[in-house]
Write a protein that binds this ligand. Structure first.
Ligand code: LLP
Length: 423
């Protein structure tokens, strides 16, 4: 199901009209579709058929507890990158054994929390990290399962900020160094070699780089097997792109089908893991915003809305295009080309440029594809409270995060003692 979609002239998410959500929750707010999330997850799952696999949803894409809870209920595993994400997954009822802990800089307390929770595997990215994990596991009297993340030096063709599989990126280890880490890990009693991992970037629109990366990872698997080191899973990472504008990303089933085909060409079936984030939740969410006012100068027309770069950073940070739809397309306003901008005091604060819209003040707009890397990247810059989040389930609206309250903006701050108190 595509969300959002028009019924007559009004935009709906599942069976809920967006004006009803605005009336009940206010704007700006993020609105997600449960059915879309479930459908995407199932597409990945089905495409692997009977090939042993596990989907580890990348929590960083959208870490709202309700979404994590829905995915946990479907049997999803999780890919995390911090102690905060670990706690969210546990709170949402995720199975700790289905957790992969990724990231270049796991802190000692995060490693300890993860080991205590009994997570599945750490994807490690440096020798120093191996030593730290071994030390903490030794102190706790347990064995840490590890995979080494390979940097395959493959160009994923995506935005440079979100490309991770090239030599110049900080991520992963070249194959020869990875082998050294595995050989070292073999000697460490508090470490168990479990897998191998790779993640080459995000919003990738071609299957080729995924295949090239997997082939390189499997070359390392071959080297390990030559040394009688068995691998329990090959983690292919996340990264499959979605349609924001007119991109034509591969279907999740083709993506998963390709992994399956490569893996099936091997004599032994090694289970695979994948870590999709954006492809599961990206197009399941929108940011609902209201038009505040319209203004123009010689050069431009501006549509000023109540959402801003602090709510949705992607357009400002990556010059990312996100489609903007009128919630009521039956408006009789003149169609005009606008820059859609927010209240934040920066010219970088835009949600979209050169958009043809029929709008008047107080109309609602939906900024599409905001389910991934939307709310999670929001901030309270300009002391703007972070938006509410709503999960639609059929006809039902669930507020799964309240709008941040003004007082909570400075709840954890304090003033200096006054002169009188100190004197
Ligand atoms: N696994 C690892 C180790 C990752 O670093 C990431 C994303 C994923 C999985 C999930 O990738 P996905 O399937 O969502 O592409 N803020 C950026 C995206 C940053 C992605 C970082 N890593 C954006 O808004 O485009």
């Amino acid at each position: 199901m595509d969300n959002p979609n028009y019924r007559d002239s009004i935009l709906f998410v599942e069976d809920v009209a967006l004006p009803d959500i605005a009336a009940q929750v206010g704007t700006p707010c993020f609105v997600y579709s449960r059915a879309s999330i479930e459908a995407q997850w199932n597409r990945f799952d089905r495409a692997f058929g009977d090939y042993p696999h596990r989907i580890h949803y990348a929590v960083k894409a959208n870490s709202n507890l309700a979404l994590l809870n829905v995915l946990a209920g479907m049997g999803s595993g999780f890919d995390i990158v911090s102690g905060g994400e670990l706690l969210r997954v546990l709170e949402a009822g995720g199975d700790p054994r289905g957790i992969i802990f990724s990231g270049v800089c796991k802190l000692e307390w995060e490693i300890r929390d993860a080991l205590k929770a009994g997570i599945g595997v750490f994807s490690i990215e440096s020798e120093g990290e191996l030593d730290l994990i071994a030390k903490v596991a030794g102190e706790l009297g347990c064995r840490a399962r590890i995979a080494v993340r390979i940097n395959p030096d493959v160009d994923s063709g995506t935005h440079p900020y979100i490309s991770t599989g090239l030599k110049r990126n900080k991520f992963g280890m070249p194959a020869d160094q990875a082998m050294e880490i595995y050989l070292r890990a073999e000697q460490l009693p508090s470490v168990e070699i479990y897998g191998i991992a790779c993640h080459i970037g995000s919003q990738i629109l071609d299957l080729g780089p995924f295949r090239d990366a997997l082939v390189k990872v499997l070359e390392v698997v071959d080297m390990l097997e030559d040394r009688a080191i068995a691998i329990g899973h090959v983690d292919c990472g996340g990264g499959l792109g979605i349609r924001y504008q007119d991109e034509r990303p591969p279907d999740p089933s083709d993506y998963a089908g390709q992994i399956r085909a490569v893996m099936e060409s091997r004599p032994v079936r090694i289970p695979v893991a994948i870590e999709p984030g954006r492809a599961i939740v990206g197009n399941a969410g929108i940011l609902l915003t209201a038009v505040h006012s319209l203004k123009r100068n010689d050069l431009n027309r501006f549509c000023i809305v109540d959402a801003a770069m602090n709510d949705l950073l992607r357009p400002a940070l990556y010059q990312a295009y996100q489609r903007i739809m009128e919630v009521d397309r039956g408006s009789d306003a003149e169609p005009q080309v606008y820059d859609v901008v927010g209240p934040v005091c920066e010219s970088g604060d835009f949600l979209g440029k050169d958009r043809l819209l029929r709008v008047s003040p107080n109309d609602l707009l939906a900024v599409c594809s905001a389910g991934a890397y939307g709310s999670v990247m929001s901030s309270s810059y300009n002391s703007r409270p972070r938006p509410a989040e709503v999960l639609v389930d059929g006809k039902d609206i669930h507020i799964v995060r309240n709008r941040e309250s003004l007082r909570s903006l400075f709840r954890d701050e304090s003033m200096l003692p006054s002169d009188r108190e100190t004197g």
